[in-house]
Design a protein around this ligand. Sequence first.
Ligand SMILES: Cc1cc2nc3c(=O)[nH]c(=O)nc-3n(C[C@H](O)[C@H](O)[C@H](O)COP(=O)(O)O)c2cc1C
Ligand SMILES: Nc1ncnc2c1ncn2[C@@H]1O[C@H](COP(=O)(O)OP(=O)(O)O)[C@@H](O)[C@H]1O
Length: 313
Amino acid sequence: METIILSHPHDFKKEQLPPCVLALGYFDGIHIGHQKVITTAKQTADELGVMSAVMSFHPHPSVVLGKNNVHWTYLTPLEEKKKVLKQLGIDRFYLVTFDHAFASLPPQDFLDQYVKELHAVHVVTGFDFTYGKLGAGNTDTLQFSSDSCFGLTVIGKVERDGIKVSSTLIRRTLQEGSVAKLKEYFGRLYTVEGRVIPGDQRGRTIGFPTANLDTGSYTLPGVGVYAVLAEYEGKKYSAMANIGFKPTFQKTAEKPNLEVHLFDFSKSIYGETLKIHWIQRIRSEVKFASVQELVRQLEEDKERASAIINQLQ
Ligand SMILES: Cc1cc2nc3c(=O)[nH]c(=O)nc-3n(C[C@H](O)[C@H](O)[C@H](O)COP(=O)(O)O)c2cc1C
Ligand SMILES: Nc1ncnc2c1ncn2[C@@H]1O[C@H](COP(=O)(O)OP(=O)(O)O)[C@@H](O)[C@H]1O
């Protein structure tokens, strides 16, 4: 998959670009609703014998437009989004830098400059997609403008338990720690990637070394203890993770820390990458009266996490 970064105003001309079927959307998470849009674009492209493309934006519009609810973190940070789009068989990724100039484009100008000029012969999008200044363009205006210029497929609402699957629903579910529920929304386990960084070097002294992870701009589940799979060099290890403040030891920390204890593993992996696949929440984080009590609890957590993971396999 080729990624083409566009900044407003771009100077691509339709004649220079191959015709494509274009999936339009922000697509944070690439959940099952997004997947339906993207795979429909791919199928339509195959039927028409043209290239399949996705257009998305970065950073999240809320960051630039200063909405109340700014998304500094992502379900699929850019590199992860590219990987998933590639797996879905998309040929080309048009990535538009989302800035004030782009955000203030009237809807018709967005269509003229970013859909028609990029040689889209067919557009696929979700029923609630909006575009152009103040999000004034929607699927009705898209339908009206498409008539003569490009075909259009609008994908209807994808629901689970009568609720629309959305990035907002997923963020809320993550915050609640209900990671087991996420498989229904993603069609895969929710996964984050991070680099192993030094911690307080205490884990090894209590028999539970923990890899502390810097996960960059990934959105993490809420504070708590979880059964997870930790993937290192392509191999998945049963493991347990804590997202929290280690209240037994420290008084103040600005933000929760993610640390993972891998079962049947004893390598030093500082500076290396781990992928964490979230399986199930086990319990809340607790302030223990002694290290012995913490260790007793960790032994219990290990049994519980092992049982949960064994049940999966
Ligand atoms: C599965 C798991 C559960 C944990 N639960 C708690 C907890 O409930 N309370 C707490 O204070 N610390 C908890 N911890 C954090 C430990 O205190 C921490 O791993 C230990 O202090 C080592 O820290 P270090 O990696 O910075 O050396 C947990 C860690 C793991 C891996
Ligand atoms: N089973 C294991 N799970 C996690 N990390 C392990 C394990 N065995 C060895 N390690 C290594 O030990 C480090 C964790 O030891 P710990 O004493 O908790 O130090 P730190 O506080 O720096 O994380 C990890 O970063 C990793 O390099």
